[in-house]
Design a protein around this ligand. Sequence first.
Ligand SMILES: O=C(O)Cc1cc(O)ccc1O
Ligand SMILES: [Fe+2]
Length: 432
Amino acid sequence: MNSKMMPGFGNDFESEALPDALPQGRNSPQQCPYGLYAEQLSGSPFTAPRATNERSWLYRIRPSVRHSGRFTKTDYALWKTAPTGETHDLPLGQYRWDPIDIPDDATDFVDGMRTITSTGDCTQHAGMATHIYVCNRDMDKSVFLNADAEMLFVPQLGSLILHTELGQMTIDPGHIAVLPRGMMVKIQLGNNEARGYVCENYGAKFTLPDRGPIGANCLANPRDFKTPVAAYEDSDEPHELIVKWCGGFHKTSLDHSPLDVVAWHGNYVPYCYDLATFSPVGAISFDHPDPSIFTVLTAPSETTGTANIDFVIFPERWSVAENTFRPPWYHRNIMSEFMGLIKGKYDAKEAGFLPGGISLHNMMLPHGPDLDAFEKASTSELKPVRMTDTLAFMFESRLPQHVSCFAAETSMLQDDYIDCWQGLEKKFTGKK
Ligand SMILES: O=C(O)Cc1cc(O)ccc1O
Ligand SMILES: [Fe+2]
């Protein structure tokens, strides 16, 4: 579990792992305490308006330019970046996948990334990619830096220990974490195996959605987001640094650990969040509201109200709406919906959508409850029902999501998904 964490979303934090390591009253003293090097990590242009201006000051054992050496190209064949240039024969359609297998051979987090969809153009800072990670090994003396994207981690099986430059976070299934673009991380496993989902956000950072008439409380409350305190390694053992940059992978050898930040302050920070602290607001009289009421985090595009990515959850809750078809309605959507399941069952698809599985309902493709869910919800007694043992989520994008070759060709792709709607026969008789 996480021992010391600092609460709040978008705060200006400060933390020091040694007493008085953090310079006070200035960022760049002529000499930093303990002989540390001062370094600024900028997550926004210097001139961004205050509301979106993000940077942190890191006080470290070596400046990170000493960590970069000469790079050589390397490859992670299943981790793709938009635009991928991939082609395959999978026709247009609604798709669903069984949970991706965890490999038998030694696979760390970076080795275990399998891209499912991608969209936009990472070099234009627009769009996103979705991935499944499947792994069984700690990253050992190896550290990863993603220059292309902010990363949202959604574990489904096993916990992840994220050793970031700014400190350490442990996330179990039911928790999420966000790692800022360009921040180094070493990922270890809390169990023998791990599987989960990752959303790479090429665009503007995730933030909390406005609550509008809901007011100042409920949904995701800022104090439930937690940022780690400073923790550093003073290690002169050889390390490898892997950098993802414009879709390519590059590596270099170091004679020390680059996770050497002794103190820091700023607002460009990693954070984690327990999804159980999300306070859902819903229909307490009738009808099924749009799922935007369950938005945990939103990554805006330049167009107001049109997210590059919305991260939406379907948590345990009460279902009470009267004279209402309670599951999601049948619909077509300009946004493209990637769904995952962290635990239990999803009410619109009680069979076939498994924890660790994926469904993809792309731009304007019709979808909704399967036959069983429709029949059940159309005829069941509408007493208040507590929806338990369920936690689904959606990475929803304004842009159509392109299926990777891996996802198009894997045997985990269900070839009969479309049949779940086949039995929805004509009931219309022309009479009331
Ligand atoms: O398609 C889905 O299952 C996700 C979804 C859920 C919901 O309650 C309303 C709309 C929607 O797209
Ligand atoms: Fe949908």
